[in-house]
Ligand binder design. Structure first.
Ligand code: NDP
Length: 246
């Protein structure tokens, strides 16, 4: 199964892959893992120090020199996204993979207590930024021979759960966007899928489940097979699907 996919050492050589939220958690591990398999990674995130540390780790391991894109998706605009597409076209001539990973958890609370600012922030980062960033990067993606677009979902993006208001709704929207794009680009060579990471040992998870023992959870490294599969040419032709990484 895809969960046990074993990527060849050079599975991603010659690929340029952008990861959002690449400074921490699952995004950090995905960037390191893609680079280890030969990709040139573009590290997008809001905390430059964290991105620099991922950059250093990749270079120290002998990986291709990454690019850093400091961007807070909360305040980002269409101009940022289009500028990014132009820069990627200038430097690389294409974008082979795009992993939408950055997300806000927001506040977990009864939905009558959710305030407008909190709803708006979660929707802005988890849905609007994702939508417009994808739209703006479509020229760079379509310039790649076998482009792969990957969204990050969640269990609560498939079945709603009490107190998970904005976050759950944003993940339903993410699954929907994935399906719309997959259908719209069928037979174009662009594939578009989603991953539900499942419970994974990160800061977001411990914020959502403060009483849980983190050591009982899978690490980001343990869920990488599904990420590598979807970025490698082995998944060419697979589209419109939502995968469980665990
Ligand atoms: P983390 O909070 O550990 O990491 C998220 C990363 O995204 C951080 O690097 C963070 O930056 C970045 N980010 C957040 N907001 C913005 C923003 N406005 N602009 C730019 N970057 C931003 O989360 P996880 O690694 O746990 O989650 C990764 C993905 O997996 C998310 O989409 C999440 O919803 C999903 N997921 C995770 C699960 C889990 O158990 N961990 C389960 C199901 C889904 P910074 O470092 O600066 O905070």
């Amino acid at each position: 199964s895809v969960k046990d996919y074993q990527a060849a050492d050079n599975a991603l050589s010659d690929k340029v892959i952008l990861v959002t939220g690449a400074g921490d958690g699952i995004g950090r591990e995905a960037a390191l893992s893609f680079a280890r398999h030969g990709a040139t990674v573009i590290l997008l995130g809001r905390t430059v120090k964290k991105l620099e540390s991922v950059y250093d780790q990749i270079v120290a391991a002998g990986g291709a020199e990454p690019a850093i894109v400091p961007l807070d998706l909360k305040g980002a605009t269409m101009e940022h996204y289009q500028g990014l597409n132009a820069t990627i076209m200038d430097q690389f001539g294409r974008l082979d993979g795009l992993l939408h990973n950055a997300s806000l958890l927001g506040i977990l609370s009864p939905f009558t207590h959710i305030e407008k600012d909190d709803w708006d922030d979660v929707m802005q980062v988890n849905v609007h930024a994702e939508f417009y960033l994808t739209q703006a990067l479509m020229p760079a993606l379509m310039a790649a021979p076998k482009p792969s677009l990957v969204f990050t979902s969640s269990g609560v993006g498939r079945k709603g759960r009490a107190y998970w208001g904005p976050y759950a709704v944003s993940k339903f929207a993410t699954e929907g966007l994935m399906q719309v794009i997959a259908d719209e680009y069928e037979n174009t060579g662009l594939r578009c899928n989603a991953i539900n990471p499942g419970a994974t040992r990160t800061k977001m998870r411990s914020k959502a489940y403060p009483a849980e023992d983190p050591m009982s959870l899978k690490t980001p490294a343990e869920i990488m097979p599904t990420y590598l599969y979807l970025m490698s040419d082995d998944s060419f032709g697979t589209t419109g699907q939502s995968f469980d990484a665990q």
